[in-house]
Design a binder for this molecule. Sequence first.
Ligand code: FES
Length: 194
Amino acid sequence: MGYGTKELSEAKSGDSFDLLGPIGTGFPLDAAQDKKQIILTGGGIGAPPLLQLARALRRTGIGKDSITAVLGYRSMKSGLFLNEEFSAEVNVILSTDDGSVGTRGTVVDALKERDLKPDIIYACGPLPMLKAVKDFAADSFIPAFISLEERMACGMGVCLGCMVKTAGRDSHSHVNNARICTEGPVFNAEEVVL
Ligand code: FES
């Protein structure tokens, strides 16, 4: 996608990088405690963070039966990225654009097809998917946490290059904006305007 990913893709075992982190917010694990049906929805580059979330939730003592990952892919042909790793941790439901496996359509189509009524949703993936998950959660009065993505220059809240519109005004500068790198990347879905 760019200079950073190119450099990472060419890294060899033993190479070293300077990293700054953790920065920003993570998925709140406490929001899932005592919930019977926890849904993780994602696709593409949203899948790896959700796998880590699945493992973190399991480590808090939540059973496999209470967590379902709804994963969206293009097609069986292009591969089911991390499907096996998710299956080791949680229940898995699939959707594909072409219907070659699972529900034909989006992750929200898969949720609706099964008439699932989650107690909480965590989502990470492309913006159209996050928007659909946000709308689905709002329509069904389900708490949802979504991880947004933006190109980031500083990553520390200084350059204001990663803004997202928010429903409320911030108390400091009284604008309807938040920095994805600092107030996010994980937001309560109802707090942001997509
Ligand atoms: S990347 Fe600079 S403020 Fe977020």
